[in-house]
Design a protein around this ligand. Structure first.
Ligand code: SF4
Length: 147
C-alpha cells in the first residue's frame, strides 16, 4: 500500500471533508504535509502533532518585506557564524522545523536566510534578536576609571 493509499484509508475512517481538503487539496504543500501527518498519527492512535496556525500568503509577503526593510535599515549586517549555527541548531531540534524545505513551520520563513538576519527572532522565543556592533574594545564606558 502506498503512503497516499494509507492516508486515503485514514481519511475515509475519519470522514471529514475539511480534513480531506487540508490533506489532499490545500494549495500549500506544508499544510498538506502537516495535516497528513496529523491524520496518520490520529488514525494510528498516537499523540497527534500540535498544529500551529499559519500566516496567510499575503501576511508572509508583508512579513518578508518588513524583514528586508529592517535588514537594509540596519546596514545589511548579518550575524556571526557561531550565532547563525546556534540558531540553526535550535531550529533543527524544533518540532516545527521543516527539514525538507529548511522552513519554520510556524512563521514559514526560510531559515537559512532568517537565521542570518540580526533583527529577526524565533516566533516562539527560542532564539532572540542579535545586536551586531562594530565598536572596538573600549567603545563602551565599562572598565573606565578603574582604580
Ligand atoms: S524559528 Fe523557532 S519555531 Fe521556527 S523552527 Fe526555528 S526554533 Fe522552531
Amino acid at each position: 500500500m502506498t503512503p497516499d493509499q494509507v492516508l486515503e484509508d485514514a481519511l475515509s475512517r475519519i470522514g471529514s471533508d475539511r480534513l480531506r481538503y487540508l490533506c489532499l487539496d490545500h494549495p500549500d504543500p506544508l499544510v498538506r504535509e502537516e495535516y497528513g501527518a496529523w491524520v496518520l498519527a490520529r488514525d494510528a492512535g498516537q499523540p497527534a502533532p500540535v498544529l500551529m496556525p499559519r500566516p496567510s500568503p499575503a501576511t508572509r509577503v508583508a512579513t518578508a518585506l518588513k524583514a528586508g526593510a529592517r535588514w537594509i535599515a540596519g546596514g545589511l549586517k548579518v550575524v556571526p557564524d557561531p550565532v547563525f549555527e546556534a540558531r540553526m541548531k535550535l531550529c533543527r531540534g524544533c518540532d516545527h522545523y521543516d527539514a525538507g524545505n529548511d522552513q519554520c513551520g510556524v512563521c514559514t520563513c526560510y531559515l537559512a536566510a532568517k537565521a542570518r538576519l540580526p533583527g529577526e527572532e524565533c516566533p516562539l522565543g527560542k532564539w532572540r534578536k542579535y545586536a551586531v556592533t562594530k565598536t572596538k574594545c573600549g567603545g563602551c564606558s565599562k572598565g573606565r576609571n578603574r582604580k
